[in-house]
Write a protein that binds this ligand. Structure first.
Ligand code: 5RP
Length: 215
């Protein structure tokens, strides 16, 4: 099993706090994500700023796009994004359009698994050519008390068996990672568990320690 990567989800609210976070975290993580909240707050220019500062990092635009796949993909890939996300309930046509544009930039599209979706849909996503998905425990669901369960593990395993690279996210802290230790997770994504800590770089090292211990 390959070692999972570590991704920081920057759900910061403005450019200065984003840059403060990346200054500490970029040397420690594999992937920088311009989070959905930051996309709303500061827009796609944030991607261009991070690309200029971090030319070698994988940068994700977490748009959770639901429509206009080609248009929004053009906006973020032309700013330097490596990957962008589409929401799992988006029409297949939106996913195809986003993927076509992503490929023009040698980028890729990830499906955000939120709420209700089926393995029949997942077969279609594979048929379209999508190979990356993000298994997500939503912020509001976690606040409402939703825990990680064996049912989550079974779904993640089945998706990996279908050929998906799976990222896992949703209120993660280093101590949560042991729960996924039997699973070939491609990437763990953490937001508040990294940038909202007193020592973000140290928090990232704790995530990496957990990854090295269990994979
Ligand atoms: C919310 C997201 C977040 O970026 C992702 O869940 C990681 O954030 P956190 O670790 O703070 O929960 O996509 O929609």
């Amino acid at each position: 099993m390959d070692k999972p990567l570590l991704q920081v989800a920057l759900d910061t609210l403005d450019i200065p706090s984003t840059l403060k976070a990346t200054q500490a975290l970029a040397p420690e993580v594999d992937v920088l994500e311009v989070g959905t909240i930051l996309c709303y707050a500061e827009g796609a220019r944030t991607i261009g700023i991070l690309r200029a500062l971090y030319p070698d990092h994988t940068i994700v635009a977490d748009l959770k796009a639901a429509d206009a796949g080609g248009t929004v993909a053009e906006i973020v890939f032309s700013q330097g994004a490596t990957w962008m996300t589409v929401i799992c309930c988006a029409p297949y046509a939106t996913m195809e359009a986003a993927l076509e544009t992503a490929r023009k930039y040698k980028g890729d599209v990830q499906i955000e698994l939120y709420g209700d979706w089926t393995f029949e849909q997942a077969e279609q996503w594979r048929a379209i050519g999508l190979t990356q998905a993000i298994y997500h425990r939503g912020r509001d669901a976690a606040l409402a008390g939703q825990k990680w369960t064996d049912a989550d593990l079974a779904k993640i395993r089945k998706l990996t068996e279908m050929g998906f690279d799976i990222s896992v996210t949703g209120g993660l802290n280093p101590k949560d990672l042991v729960f996924f230790k039997e699973i070939p997770v491609t990437c763990f994504i953490a937001g508040r568990g990294l940038y909202q800590t007193e020592e973000p770089a140290q928090a990232a090292r704790k995530f990496k320690e957990a990854i090295n211990r269990y994979w």
